[in-house]
Design a protein around this ligand. Structure first.
Ligand code: NI
Length: 400
């Protein structure tokens, strides 16, 4: 007999203590992007225990596992990210990070545990799968590098659709949020180098001051961009670092800045490199500086696919109830899951991980006091497992 959806949810609750233990272990030993070797080994150990075959070192420290049913069919991919952040943990939990300056402040420890939970649920009904479920444990999400690297190593080959989730501490555990179309913004990086002519701080006429030029560029990027893009198309240009000079009475030769550019529409993202280049070059010329702009496109706008969002909503409604599903607010935070969605249809959604009450006041993702309500773990595991199994059955046209 095939397990029905509520069975999967009940089985997920049975798994909860094991998922909590795994998540806490990962939380104590976080690893930065590109350094997730121990996390990958831990994942491999779980897959060995479940007798699920996998490939290691995919796109760096990524792990790709596959569960194939007895009937042929398409491949559905589920993805979890696994890296941590360079943040010093400031929570009061009993199992804080044992690594100074490194913290799972985005809950990727929980995402990894949820996908292991989904693997366990799916392995229990493996025979009934009408196709293949591919599990992507992705490294280097925080630096927007892992998804592209995994695709380069074949992680999406043959995949029909892909699904993933991110925890959201401002939404209570037991709830989920979906959105049609754009869910998260594009992420680009800019690096600007200004070259002036260094000299004595008291004799500016014999120098070319790159700091004054930099301040004009920073101001103009804010105002000019906002004058060139419709107010209905959100754009953020933030200069996050600026380095120039050592002494109070010396005009430096160079000024270097880095920044992040976010948009919510692919066509706006496409137009920004030319606009920023024009502003930087023309202002620099006005101030007699040489400017070099390095514009690095990192991730596209995360665009959910309509049919797949509709499907995920039906699974959420069947699994945790439509009264626990809301429409997600758009955000200009980025996610490299968007790169998968450029290649294959799919849906990315939010899973509540906050306290039951006053979740709106909870510390957000990437905060040193970020806290995750572990009640979300079985919800995540059962939703992912149900999405994969039900979708395979739908695509095969067979009974659910
Ligand atoms: Ni994250």
């Amino acid at each position: 007999m095939m397990a029905n959806k509520s069975d999967l949810r009940r089985q997920a609750l049975d798994l909860a203590p094991a998922l909590v233990a795994l998540r806490r272990e990962l939380h104590e030993y976080p690893e930065l992007s590109h350094e997730e070797s121990e996390t990958a080994s831990r994942i491999a150990r779980e897959l060995d225990r479940l007798a699920i075959r996998y490939r290691s070192d995919v796109g760096g420290h990524g792990v790709v596992a596959e569960l194939t049913g007895s009937q042929p069919g398409p491949i559905i991919a589920l993805r979890a990210d696994m890296d941590a952040l360079p943040i010093q943990e400031e929570t009061e939990i009993a199992f804080p990070s044992k690594r100074p300056g490194v913290m799972h402040a985005c809950g990727h420890d929980a995402h990894t545990a949820m996908l292991i939970g989904a693997a366990e649920l799916l392995s229990a009904c493996r025979e009934q799968l009408q196709g293949t479920v591919r599990l992507l444990f992705q490294p280097a999400e925080e630096v927007n590098a892992g998804a592209a690297a995994m695709i380069g190593d074949g992680a999406l080959d043959g995949v029909s659709e892909i699904y993933g989730l991110h925890n959201l501490p401002n939404l209570p555990a037991g709830m989920a949020a979906t959105r049609y179309g754009a869910l998260m913004g594009s992420v680009d990086r800019i690096e600007i180098t200004l070259e002036g002519r260094g000299g004595h701080g008291a004799i500016p006429d014999q120098s070319v001051d790159p700091i004054v030029c930099a301040s004009a560029i920073i101001q103009s990027l804010q105002s000019v961009i906002s004058r060139e893009v419709s107010p209905f198309d959100p754009v953020v240009v933030t200069i996050g670092s600026i380095h120039a000079g050592e002494a109070n009475n010396v005009i430096p030769h160079y000024c270097r800045m880095t920044g992040t550019v976010r948009t919510f529409h692919p066509d706006v993202q496409d137009k920004l490199p030319e606009r920023i280049e024009r502003i930087v070059q023309n202002i620099a010329e006005g101030y007699r500086c040489q400017a070099a702009l390095h514009y690095i496109r990192q991730t596209p706008v995360l665009m959910n696919h309509e049919e797949q969002v509709k499907f995920v909503e039906s699974v959420i409604d069947d699994t945790i109830g439509s009264q626990h599903r809301i429409t997600a607010q758009p955000t200009l935070a980025g996610e490299d899951f968007s790169i998968y969605l450029n290649d294959v249809p799919g849906c990315f959604f939010w899973l509540g991980s906050g306290p039951e009450e006053h979740a709106e006041q909870a510390y957000g993702l990437h905060h040193p006091k970020y806290w995750l309500n572990e009640d979300c773990l079985p919800y995540g595991a059962s939703l992912l497992a149900t999405i994969a199994r039900t979708r395979l059955a739908q695509l095969a046209g067979g009974p659910l």
